[in-house]
Unconditional design. Structure first.
Length: 179
């Protein structure tokens, strides 16, 4: 009884398979295939579409800023609804129609009476900006609070109140309140 060897057909299949994988499929000489592969540059042409890269978030336009970055003298088209998560405001020329004007930024402590503190601080700043006391001016006062507090109590005034002037009668403003 003779046992038939499967080595020869297996070896031939392996060489044919390896040769088909390389850039030179017709050359079965291992030494020559290696030399040809190293000397001949190849370029793979991909038929798959290029990978899709997610677009970065839309940058703020030159007139749009985060409300926490508002500065004294900025006039804004609308007061942001920060309680609804609004983070940006449109800054406009104060000589055009606008909803409010920033007149004060002041550090404040955060406590249970934050509304009272903000009202008091904002009311005290009106005369310096408008030349009139808050109660006799044609403006009403509102504010935004930028809470930059740290929880370690290292900063006694961790938040900033951003005070805004609006028209007392609810109409749009058309000029700066600064005097």
């Amino acid at each position: 009884m003779r046992i038939r060897s499967h080595r020869l057909p297996l070896c031939a299949c392996t060489i044919a398979s390896l040769a088909a994988c390389g850039p030179v499929a017709t050359d079965t000489s291992i030494g020559r295939t290696m030399a040809t592969t190293m000397a001949t540059p190849t370029s793979a042409v991909s038929t798959s579409p290029p990978p899709t890269i997610a677009a970065p978030p839309m940058p703020l336009t030159p007139d749009t800023h985060k409300w926490v970055d508002l500065q004294i003298g900025d006039c804004i088209a609308d007061v942001p609804a920060v309680d609804l998560g609004e983070v940006s405001v449109a800054i406009v020329d104060c000589a055009t129609t606008h909803a409010a004007e920033v007149y004060l930024r002041a550090p404040v402590e955060v406590n249970a009476a934050i509304a009272d503190v903000a009202n008091r601080v904002c009311a005290a700043g009106v005369p310096d900006y408008t030349g009139r006391p808050a109660d006799s001016s044609p403006y009403s006062v509102t504010y935004l609070i930028d809470s930059g507090q740290d929880r370690t109590s290292n900063n006694p005034l961790p938040s900033t109140v951003i005070c805004l002037l609006q028209s007392a009668n609810g109409q749009a403003l058309t000029a700066s309140a600064r005097r």
